[in-house]
Design a protein around this ligand. Structure first.
Ligand SMILES: [Zn+2]
Length: 258
């Protein structure tokens, strides 16, 4: 049966053939096994908008109770995998992609895992220089213009420290977008959301001072499409941030004691 199901999936048949492969489930892990089958069908080629069925139909197909099916559906919704419409003509469809939901869900999980400042910075040191290299190679003129405007908003940290930090964060967000690589973009945004919430705005002026200068150099490299130079500058920028995080406890908020 498993081989048959796999063959059906590999021959590029439509989503109806994929859901036809769903088979009855026995035992106590029923909800998990329903999830496994739907996930399997999803990752082997279902598309946004594909119809899965009503909750009742699916419960019948899998041979599980309505309650078990509802439990599985709730998990699929939490994954952002399905859209559930209630009432007449309602049922389950594969959801449309939503990169904002994707970023938030990943950011939430990073927080729940208790990832601290040094681990976040470690991740940035790996991901962000590479994203900056890609941004220098791929950025559009429109993205370059947005970077330029953003840069103009954070020339002076003393004038508006909080606004300065927002603009500086936005500068990094535009670079992540300009990388043109969606997994890199999502990972960077989710890590940055967590990082921002760990920083103490009152202590930020200590790191703000050199930020504009380095951002300007990164911008020039992206403007010239000097990929290696942009990558090197971002690497040294993040590594400096990482060192100030390590040496100056004031930059991060004290974590609430559990
Ligand atoms: Zn920066």
């Amino acid at each position: 049966v498993a081989r048959q199901a796999r063959q059906q999936r590999n021959d590029g048949s439509d989503s109806a053939a994929r859901t036809d492969a769903f088979s009855p489930i026995n035992g106590s892990r029923a909800s998990e096994l329903v999830l496994e089958q739907i996930r399997d069908a999803f990752f082997t080629g279902m598309k946004p908008g594909d119809w899965l069925g009503t909750e009742t139909e699916l419960a019948r197909r899998f041979g599980v109770s309505r309650l078990t099916m509802r439990d599985a559906v709730r998990t699929l919704e939490a994954y952002g995998m399905v859209d559930v419409k209630v009432g007449a003509g309602g049922g389950l469809r594969i959801a449309q992609a939503d990169s904002k939901h994707f970023v938030e869900a990943l950011a939430v999980q990073i927080h729940l895992l208790g990832v601290g400042p040094s681990e976040l910075t470690e991740a940035l040191e790996v991901i962000e220089p590479r994203a900056t290299r890609l941004a220098a190679e791929r950025r559009t003129d429109e993205q370059l213009e947005r970077l330029r405007k953003c840069l103009e908003l954070h020339t002076d940290p003393a004038e508006n420290p909080v606004g300065f930090h927002d603009a500086a964060a936005q500068f990094h967000a535009i670079i992540a977008e300009a990388s043109g690589n969606q997994p890199l973009y999502v990972a960077l945004r989710a890590v940055r959301i967590n990082e921002v919430h760990l920083l103490d705005p009152d202590a930020l002026s200590t790191v703000n001072e050199p930020v504009f200068r380095i951002h300007e150099r990164i911008f020039r490299a992206i403007e010239r499409k000097s990929a290696a130079e942009a990558e090197r500058l971002m690497a040294s920028h993040i590594s400096r941030l990482s060192k100030s995080l390590a040496s100056d406890g004031r930059i991060t908020k004290r974590r609430p004691s559990a």
